[in-house]
Design a binder for this molecule. Structure first.
Ligand SMILES: [Zn+2]
Length: 278
């Protein structure tokens, strides 16, 4: 069985055709991005563009994209962001959902979370989930104020976003953080007293106060947390109509492979993390 649901943020495809005694079901989130060049006005080779695309932002020097620079940038963006988010979580199926048989034995699969990023500037805009504009910074510029729909040519580089309590730099490649936003994830400390959900969730403390939170990819760093499996959990709940995303034990995320289980193993809450002898 292969089923797809299309949402405003992404498409999700659940594939149980791959299930056997060793392989779980695949759940692929596909994000379709339209890329759009921001070039200096009037067809000029150089110009300026303001931080955050805002009238009040600082003007930064930009240069016109060349076809080669544009293709390289897009390819690097797509490849590296897809690699970061793809295949990192397995969701534990504690329900009797998606049961199948292999060699006469019944199994219940867990869910492997896959990610596909498609980027194109030729698709009609109605096909994209999001359109992203990109400025090409002049060599003299080291920083530009970007957000999840406006990037600069340096956003795929690893840069220092913060410092931990021991004085170590915390590095981040901005585009993987921004793709997290596009998947539906918010900043790490939203919901804590210093970052109330109703306030401005882009303020400094929302990016983490404790080292552990600062190092989250939805903070200032590059580390994944269980919470980051929520887009896939939301999708599997929609497919199966079973479970509640607010309940941590429903479709609980694991960061290592958990093999399919028999109904008896599910009932006994057995985890199978090493290739079973079947
Ligand atoms: Zn952010």
């Amino acid at each position: 069985m292969k089923k797809t649901i299309k949402k405003a943020r992404w498409d999700a495809t659940l594939d149980t055709d791959v299930c056997d005694k060793f392989n779980n079901a695949d759940l692929t989130l596909t994000l379709k991005l339209g890329f759009k060049q921001v070039n200096p006005s009037g067809g000029k080779a150089t110009g300026t563009y303001n931080d955050y695309g805002s009238n009040t932002g600082t003007a930064r020097k930009i240069v016109r994209w060349t076809p080669a620079a544009w293709n390289t940038w897009k390819q690097n963006f797509v490849t590296s962001a897809q690699k970061y988010w793809h295949g990192k979580f397995w969701l534990i199926n504690n329900f009797s959902e998606l049961e199948y048989e292999d060699s006469g034995v019944k199994y219940i699969p867990n869910i492997w979370c896959r990610f596909k990023l498609q980027g194109s500037d030729s698709m009609p805009s109605s096909v994209h989930h999001h359109t992203i504009e990109v400025v090409r910074l002049d060599k003299s510029e080291t920083w530009f104020g970007s957000h999840s729909r406006l990037y600069d040519s340096l956003d795929t580089n690893s840069v220092q976003k913060g410092t931990d309590s021991k004085g170590n730099p915390i590095m981040q490649r901005a585009h993987v953080h921004e793709v997290g936003h596009l998947l539906g994830l918010g900043h790490v400390d939203i919901g804590k007293p210093h970052c109330p959900p109703g306030g401005n969730t882009n303020l400094g403390p929302c990016y983490g106060v404790l080292d552990k939170d600062k190092n989250s990819v939805m903070g200032q760093g590059m580390q994944l947390r269980d919470k980051h499996a929520n887009p896939w959990r939301t999708a599997i709940i929609e497919f199966t109509k079973k479970g509640n995303a607010a309940k941590a034990s429903d479709w609980a995320p694991k960061t290592s492979r958990h093999y399919p289980r028999t109904p008896a193993e599910v009932a006994a809450k057995t985890s199978i993390t090493k290739k079973p002898n079947r």
